[in-house]
Design a protein around this ligand. Sequence first.
Ligand SMILES: [Zn+2]
Length: 371
Amino acid sequence: MTDTGKSSQQLIKEANMNLVFRLIHKNGAISRADIKKITSLSATTVSSLVEELIGEGFVEECGIKKTKSSGRKAVMLKVKADGGFFAGLDVKKNIIRADLYGLDFTLEKSIERSLSDGESLAMGIMQAIGTLSRNKKIIGVTIGLPGVIDPGTNSLISSTVLAADDVKDIYSILKEAMPDVDVYIKNNSGLIALAEKEFGNHGRADNLISVDINDGVGAGILVDGKIYEGSGMGGEFGHMSVDFGGRKCKCGSYGCLELYASVPEILSLTETSSLGELAEKLSFGQKKKEVLQVTRALAFGINNIVNLLDPEIIVIGGSVITLGEHFLDAIKESFREIALIKDKKIVYSDIKENPVTLGGVRFSFDRMFGF
Ligand SMILES: [Zn+2]
């Protein structure tokens, strides 16, 4: 909601409006008097901003309670969950997952669709958003992609998974179809890290690394609470080499972490057919030696990041979580063996929603309401 063409008065009003909305969002239920007290805005300003937020459909009154500040009875305000919706998309090679969240971040609807023959990724994305937006007022769309995104043009620069041409114009196509909706295209790993900070139950760390292990291995980096993207990439953790004498990788390097710790490689190294089967074997104390190759590779990768960035916490997510505590303990053990800082917090993700779409929604929210 920022625009350089606006007068300073408009910008101040917008900043105050965002401040009031964030406060209502954060508190669950709050009175006008308490908003006045916390923000130091005048009663008249608070009243008129609240009226405008109610008019927009973002906020509603929700009964009478004693205020925190004076103890007197006052009308309480809360976010109107269905007053606007955010769409979050997690785009993979041929599958698009699209989730619709209310203004209060509750998951409203989920769809997953594979691309049909001859359908471009852009068309698939449009279709998915179209299905989600039926009868709903969508105010923000964030698309998470596995690849390097140019933050200036919102286009995909490179990806080992998607063809750049497939998603090159997606931003302009979406903006043309929905000119009033804020659209963001982001690397999926960064969105996962943001989701972990905001919605994970491991104490809101501002310096956090999320490691996502599925068909590939990615890492999202949060530095001082913000997604770290470098010049657009940041997070190609799977292509960090853990063995320069190792196998050649499709990225051009040798011994990349992805060649040891992606799910297909884990299954191949342990000669198992599914993560469920491997989890069972681990619980009986089997496959320890084979898993050690995986956890050592992961520990080296994680240790490289820790030595460089010293995050407060490393959160491991993705389908690999199926392997359970035995696998996590093995990672921690491998890490302790080589790390300078041995007690670094390494945990599994506990987010139930898709972390890419949830992080995407949080990203839209922060951008739109001035975080
Ligand atoms: Zn590589």
